[in-house]
Each structure stands twice: as structure tokens, then as C-alpha cells.
Design a protein around this ligand. Structure first.
Ligand code: PLP
Length: 284
């Protein structure tokens, strides 16, 4: 595939970074994944805004305009076949001469971007979407999960916890046994027709799919939404459980730790939500 590294497009095999890059040594960087279907990016503006906010939060002075990123994304889409693609954007603090924890002065950030295949957009049809089976575990990540950091070892270990047992994802609970999110997605329950999801704070990523979904439901439906703490008991007795991310859209969960969610089938509120999301996602 053709990738973008430090102002040049090149075949991935030719892309080389310094072994002293702080992204490599410390996971010291910020990334984004933006979905694109048939050449059309979804949520581009909010994704770039979140990346710029993350860079500012970790003190990387780098703020490309939406137009600059848009041009790189469009070129990556064209050079990689216009299909269903995830655009991975990555800015690390750059390569210093020595390995020293302090933020270095006068180091150029490393900018890397590539496109990868993602599943086709969800079809709002219960028979055409796979129900997720998930594991649970205690959320043992750090206290800055709102930052989309490239340092993902905590998320990787949590994902592997479920994956190693044959599950599709792992959902995480904090020390108070409240739901935070999934290892690579946000999480929701539905109870008596109300969509309930944990409030935005340091314990979870402010997902762009989450933002778009809640906005679409508020604008285009009567479905009630609550952003509040969700206990493990509520998750285990929910009518429906969903996960969202840029590459999953809204994924219905049908099994948690081997137990069925609700009646074990994909729910009607999922169908209503995915239908509206499919109709309106290109507004963002
Ligand atoms: N939470 C985590 C930990 C993630 O890695 C992701 C990204 O995939 C999400 C939530 C969902 O965010 P978004 O909807 O912006 O893809």
C-alpha cells in the first residue's frame, strides 16, 4: 500500500523511521482512525479536532489545518483503491538524540498516515450484522483514557484477554464496578427503550461515533438518552448492549461472559439506531 510519512507518499516498504523516535520508545504520540466508505470520509472534522486537542494536551506543538489533513486523506484513499478504508493518522513527538523522558526542544514531530481495509458499513438489518460476544475485565489502564495516545499496551492487554478466549471484544469496569468502555470502543446499554452510556470523563475516549450517534438520536428520534454511570448489574440485566467505534459503527452485543444479553438476539433499538446512523452519518 501507499503511505504518507513526513510529507511524502511512498510504498509502505520504503517508509522508515528513526529507532530513537519517541513514538517507538515511549508511545509518545497521538493517533486517529477515520472511516471512509466509497471515497467519502465520515466524521472528518470532529476526528481532526480531537487529534489537535490530544496533541495540545500532551504538549506536542503541531496543528495542521483541516485542509492539509483532508488532502492527505483524499490522496491516500485514491492511491489505495477508494474502497472501505480506515485512515490511520499518527503524530509522534519525533526522534531525539538521546533517550530522556523530558519533552525535547526543537524536535520535529513524525507524521505517519496509512489506509487499511475495514468492513463494509453496517447494513441496518438484524440478519446481516454479526452479534458480538464479549468478555469482561477490570479496567486497569491509566487515568487519562480521554487522550487518544499511541501508548496502547493497556488496551492491547485488555483486548487480548477476550480474544484469547474466543471473544470479539472485552468490556471494562472500573474499581466501583461501573462500565467505562471497551478495549477499542465505547459501550452502551438499552433498558426499557432508554439508551444509557457512561458520561465523558478521564475514564474513556470521547468517541466520534459516540458523539455522532447521540447527536443523531437526539435530533432525529424520540429515543431517550442518559449519560450516567452504568453498573455491572445493569449491564448484565440490560435488554441490549452496544459497542461503537469508527470501524464497527454500532455493533450489537449478544453475549457477555457466555451469558445471553436480553433474549440473546439483536434488539429493535439497535435496528432503529443503526438505521438512523446509516441515514445521517454523512452529515458529519
Ligand atoms: N474507545 C477506545 C479505547 C478506542 O480505541 C476507540 C477507537 O476505536 C473508541 C473508544 C471509539 O472511538 P471512535 O468512535 O472515535 O472510533
Amino acid at each position: 500500500s501507499i503511505v504518507f510519512l513526513n510529507n511524502e507518499f511512498m510504498p509502505m516498504e520504503e517508509a522508515k523511521i528513526s529507532p530513537m523516535d519517541r513514538g517507538f520508545l515511549f508511545g509518545d504520540g497521538i493517533y486517529e482512525v477515520i472511516p471512509s466508505y466509497d471515497g467519502k470520509l465520515v466524521g472528518f472534522g470532529p476526528h481532526i479536532d480531537r487529534m489537535n486537542q490530544g496533541l495540545e494536551m500532551i504538549g506536542i506543538q503541531f496543528n495542521w489545518s483541516h485542509e492539509q489533513w483532508q488532502s492527505i486523506c483524499q490522496q491516500l484513499i485514491e492511491k489505495n483503491g477508494n474502497g472501505n478504508l480506515g485512515l490511520y493518522l499518527h503524530v509522534s513527538r519525533g526522534a531525539d538524540e538521546k533517550r530522556f523522558h523530558a519533552y525535547p526542544d526543537n524536535v520535529e514531530p513524525t507524521v505517519y498516515a496509512f489506509a487499511f481495509d475495514i468492513p463494509a458499513a453496517n447494513i441496518p438489518d438484524k440478519s446481516k450484522v454479526k452479534g458480538y460476544r464479549v468478555a469482561t475485565t477490570q479496567d486497569l489502564r491509566w487515568q487519562r483514557c480521554n487522550i487518544k495516545s499511541t501508548a496502547l499496551l493497556g488496551n492491547v492487554m485488555h483486548f487480548q484477554h477476550g480474544h484469547g478466549q474466543g471473544y470479539n471484544e472485552t468490556i471494562l469496569f472500573n474499581a466501583e464496578n461501573n462500565l467505562t468502555e471497551g478495549s477499542a470502543c465505547n459501550a452502551y446499554i438499552v433498558k426499557d427503550g432508554v439508551v444509557i452510556t457512561p458520561p465523558l470523563d478521564h475514564q474513556l475516549l470521547p468517541g466520534i461515533t459516540r458523539h455522532m450517534l447521540l447527536d443523531i438520536l437526539r435530533k432525529h428520534s424520540d429515543i431517550k438518552i442518559e449519560e450516567r454511570n452504568v453498573s455491572m448489574e445493569e449491564v448484565m440485566s440490560a435488554d441490549e448492549v452496544w459497542l461503537t467505534s469508527s470501524s464497527k459503527e454500532i455493533a450489537p452485543v449478544i453475549e457477555i461472559d457466555g451469558k445471553p444479553v436480553g433474549n440473546g438476539e439483536i434488539g429493535d433499538t439497535w435496528l432503529a439506531a443503526q438505521t438512523l446512523y446509516t441515514q445521517h452519518k454523512h452529515d458529519y
